[in-house]
Ligand binder design. Structure first.
Ligand code: G3H
Length: 478
C-alpha cells in the first residue's frame, strides 16, 4: 500500500516484498491510523547480514567519532520532537505533554550515553601477576572492552522511542551494530526516531529497523544465529525468548507489581500525590507504576480519602487534549483490565468510584479493601485501576511484596529512615524508593528486576557494560 511506512535497511527505506502491511490501530478512534511493512524472513536475513558486516568497521571507528554521531542524532531527535510526539499521541494515546517529554528524554539519554561511553570505554585495566600467590612479576595484563557484535533491540509499546534509544545508544557507542524491532503500536514513532539516526549519517548497516508481526518474525529474529545480544522490554514474551535463545547475553525487563507500603508515620499528602502519579500516569501503563498500595489500617481511611480527592481531579479523555487518563493501548488490554475489575467486584472489593468504560477509555478507579484472593492483588492491570490492601503490620506488607512473582521496584513512605532502610533491605525488588513512587529514571541510575521482572541491569552505564565483553592481552616477560 502506498501509505505504508517503509522499513530501514542498509541506510535505505524499503518496501517489503511480502506486499503485506501491519495496521496500527489508534487506541482513541479504534481506526487504522498507520500501516507498516510486514517484513519477511529473507528481509530479516538481509538486515542481519548487513549488520554483521557493518559492525566490523564500526567497531574500528574511533570512539570519539561514534560519540560525535550519537550527539548529532540526539540533537536531530530533539529537533523532531513535535512530529514524533504527534505519532506517539496517535499510536499509543500517550498524553501530548508526556509524548513530548519522552522525545526530549530520549535525546538526553543518547547524549548522556555518548558522554559516558567515551569515559568508560576509553579506559581499561592494567594488572600485574605478583599479587596472586605463586607468581613473580612477569605477567602484565591489559584489559579493554570490546563490542559483542549485533545487538537486537525489542522495546515495548509504552516507550517506543525512549526504550528503543536506551538500547540503541549503548549498543552503538560500544561499537556494536543494532537491529531494532519496534512494537507494532509505536512503530511509526520508532521509525521516525530511526530517521533521526539516518540523518545523523551513521554508516550503512550500523542501525536497521524491521517491522512486522511478532508472531511472524519474532522468533526468527530472536533465534537468528547472527544476533549476539538481545535487549528486550515487555511482558511474558521475554520469558519465552529467554527459554529459546542460544548462549548470548540477555537484558530483559518484563514488568512488575510494584508495591507501595505506607507506614503510620508517613507524610500522607506526599504519599497520596505519589500514589496518584505513580498509579495513574499514562493510565497505569508503566512497568514501574504503583500497582498495589499496602497501607497500615490505622491511617488507611485518611489516605484513601486523600487519594480519592486527587483521583477525582484527574482529567479523562483524548491524548490530544493532554488528559491525564487516556484510552489504553488496545481493546484486548481494556478487556483484560475489565476482567480484573469484575473479579474484584465479585469478591467484594470496595469501589471508590463507579467503574466506567467507553471503548478503550477506562476511568480511573481505586479499589479499597482488596483481599488476597482477588486477581488484582497479584496481577498487573497495566491500566488505570489501583488496588489498596489494608495491613495491620509492616511484615504483612513486605510479605505481600515478596510473595509476588515480580520484583521490579517498590516504595515505602515513612519519616523514619532507619525503618525505611530495613524495609528496603527486606523487599525482594531490584529497586526500593524511599518517599517517592517507583521510576526508572534518571536514566543513568541502575534499573533491574528480580525474579520474573527481568535479567541483567539497565541504566546507561550498565547497558554499555552489558553490551561489551572484556578482552585481555597478557604480556609475558622472560
Ligand atoms: O514501562 C517501563 C519503563 O521502563 C518505566 O519507565 O519509570 O520512566 O515510566 P518509567
Amino acid at each position: 500500500a502506498g501509505n505504508t511506512f517503509k522499513y530501514y535497511s542498509e541506510s535505505e527505506w524499503r518496501v517489503s516484498s511480502s506486499g503485506k502491511s501491519v495496521p496500527i490501530i489508534n487506541p482513541t478512534t479504534r481506526k487504522t491510523q498507520f500501516e507498516v511493512q510486514a517484513c519477511t524472513q529473507e528481509e530479516v536475513n538481509k538486515v542481519m547480514e548487513s549488520a554483521k558486516i557493518a559492525q566490523k568497521s564500526w567497531a574500528k571507528t574511533p570512539l570519539w567519532k561514534r560519540a560525535e554521531l550519537l550527539h548529532k542524532a540526539a540533537a536531530i531527535l530533539k529537533d523532531h520532537k513535535k512530529p514524533i510526539a504527534e505519532c506517539l499521541v496517535k499510536e499509543i494515546a500517550k498524553p501530548a505533554k508526556d509524548a513530548a517529554t519522552e522525545v526530549v528524554r530520549s535525546g538526553d539519554l543518547v547524549s548522556y550515553c555518548a558522554e559516558e561511553g567515551v569515559r568508560i570505554l576509553g579506559e581499561g585495566k592494567f594488572l600485574m601477576s605478583d599479587s596472586f600467590p605463586g607468581n613473580e612479576r612477569t605477567k602484565y595484563c591489559l584489559t579493554s572492552k570490546i563490542p559483542l557484535g549485533v545487538v537486537l533491540a525489542i522495546p515495548p509499546f509504552n516507550y517506543p522511542v525512549n526504550l528503543a534509544v536506551s538500547k540503541i545508544a549503548p549498543a552503538l557507542i560500544a561499537g556494536n551494530s543494532l537491529v531494532l524491532k519496534p512494537p507494532t503500536q509505536g512503530a511509526v514513532s520508532a521509525l521516525h526516531m530511526v530517521h533521526c539516526f539516518h540523518l545523523a549519517g551513521f554508516p550503512k548497516g550500523v542501525i536497521s529497523c524491521v517491522t512486522g508481526k511478532g508472531s511472524e518474525i519474532g522468533d526468527f529474529l530472536t533465534m537468528h544465529p547472527i544476533v549476539n545480544c538481545i535487549s528486550f522490554t515487555g511482558g511474558d514474551t521475554g520469558i519465552a525468548i529467554a527459554k529459546r535463545v542460544s548462549m548470548i547475553p540477555l537484558q530483559m525487563e518484563l514488568g512488575g507489581k510494584d508495591a507501595c507500603i505506607i507506614l503510620e508515620d508517613a507524610d500522607l499528602d506526599l504519599a497520596a500525590s505519589n500514589i496518584v502519579k505513580g498509579g495513574f500516569s499514562y493510565s497505569g501503563q508503566r512497568c514501574t507504576a504503583v500497582k498495589v498500595v499496602l497501607v497500615m489500617e490505622s491511617v488507611a481511611d485518611i489516605l484513601v480519602k486523600k487519594v480519592n480527592e486527587k483521583v477525582g481531579k484527574l482529567t479523562v479523555g483524548p491524548p490530544e487534549n493532554d488528559c491525564d487518563i487516556t484510552p489504553v493501548v488496545t481493546e484486548s488490554s481494556a478487556n483484560f483490565i475489565e476482567g480484573l475489575v469484575m473479579d474484584a467486584k465479585k469478591k467484594g472489593a470496595t469501589f471508590c468510584q463507579e467503574y466506567k468504560r467507553e471503548g478503550n477509555l477506562i476511568w480511573p478507579l481505586l479499589l479499597d479493601n482488596v483481599k488476597q484472593d482477588m486477581r488484582i492483588a497479584w496481577e498487573e492491570p497495566f491500566g488505570p485501576v489501583l488496588p489498596i490492601i489494608r495491613i495491620s503490620n509492616v511484615e504483612e506488607g513486605i510479605h505481600h511484596c515478596n510473595a509476588s512473582n515480580f520484583g521490579l521496584q517498590g516504595c515505602v513512605f515513612t519519616k523514619d529512615i532507619n525503618k525505611a532502610m530495613l524495609i528496603s533491605d527486606a523487599m525482594e525488588t531490584g529497586t526500593v524508593q524511599i518517599n517517592s513512587a517507583p521510576a526508572r529514571g534518571p536514566d543513568h541510575f541502575p534499573f533491574q528486576g528480580l525474579k520474573d521482572s527481568g535479567i541483567g541491569s539497565q541504566g546507561v552505564t550498565n547497558s554499555i557494560n552489558m553490551m561489551t565483553k572484556i578482552k585481555s592481552t597478557v604480556i609475558n616477560l622472560p
